[in-house]
Design a protein around this ligand. Structure first.
Ligand code: ATP
Ligand code: MG
Length: 220
């Protein structure tokens, strides 16, 4: 049926709902894919953007480990989402010089998608807990819709203190997978299999490039 008059103008007002999953993705794993899928389905998103951070500020604040090069991390995201409809790579944080902050991610994506788009920042519950330490967390919470997905070991938004900027985040329970990139890196370093933790293409990429198997984990 052709849409005319009132119907077509209503169609014109439909907002796209864009999920934004930022991270270090060192490497991207099945936990990331599972939370993207949960939020995509439950909140009926238009798409989910995977946004690898060139220089994640949180990982440069004294953790000590060298993060793999952004090119490796982007390549692994591309392999992991290949052929999955609704998932896209965004290079906004890969291409911006300096440390990567989510307020800049959302500003750049707002400029790219305009005000007709709803931007939903997807955070694992551990990331939500850390939100007060992020740059301009109150402003960030006003610039987008915060969505928290459950992660084993971390609490619900409503468990946060009253002044916590993520207390009003929407909550999606998600599949609660015990998967972390930290665990994957240590398994590779110990020569153990990572089957079922990352996609087969990502596992092959890690092996081919020798990521995580040495002290200077995959730096190039
Ligand atoms: P690392 O162990 O190196 O910190 P990670 O597995 O936490 O890696 P990140 O790239 O730090 O992965 O995470 C990006 C985002 O994905 C964060 O918001 C994080 O909370 C979320 N996330 C990662 N793994 C899970 C999981 N298993 N369940 C829920 N959220 C997750
Ligand atoms: Mg993490």
């Amino acid at each position: 049926m052709e849409l005319t008059g009132a119907n077509s103008s209503r169609v014109g007002r439909i907002r796209s709902r864009i999920g934004v999953l930022g991270g270090t993705f060192d490497p991207v794993h099945n936990g990331h894919l599972a939370i993207a899928s949960a939020v995509f389905n439950v909140l009926e998103l238009t798409k989910v953007l995977f946004v690898p951070a060139a220089r994640p500020w949180i990982k440069e604040s004294g953790v000590g480990r060298e993060v793999s090069s952004i090119n490796h991390r982007v390549a692994m995201v591309e392999l992991a989402i290949k052929g999955r409809e609704g998932y896209e790579l965004s290079r906004v944080d890969a291409d911006r010089p300096g440390l990567s902050y989510s307020v800049d991610t959302i500003s750049d994506l707002r400029a790219e998608y305009g005000h007709a788009a709803e931007l939903l920042l997807i955070l694992g519950a551990d990331a939500l807990e850390e939100l007060p330490r992020w740059r301009d967390p109150e402003r960030l919470a006003q610039m987008c819709t915060l969505v928290c997905v459950g992660r084993p070991g971390s609490g619900l938004p409503e468990d946060m203190p009253p002044d916590h900027p993520g207390r009003d985040a929407q909550f999606v329970s998600g599949p609660m997978l015990h998967i972390s990139a930290t665990e994957i890196r240590s398994k590779v370093a110990a020569g153990q299999p990572i089957t079922g933790l990352v996609s087969p293409d990502v596992a092959r990429y890690i092996e081919k490039h020798g990521l995580y198997s040495h002290d200077h984990e995959g730096k190039r």
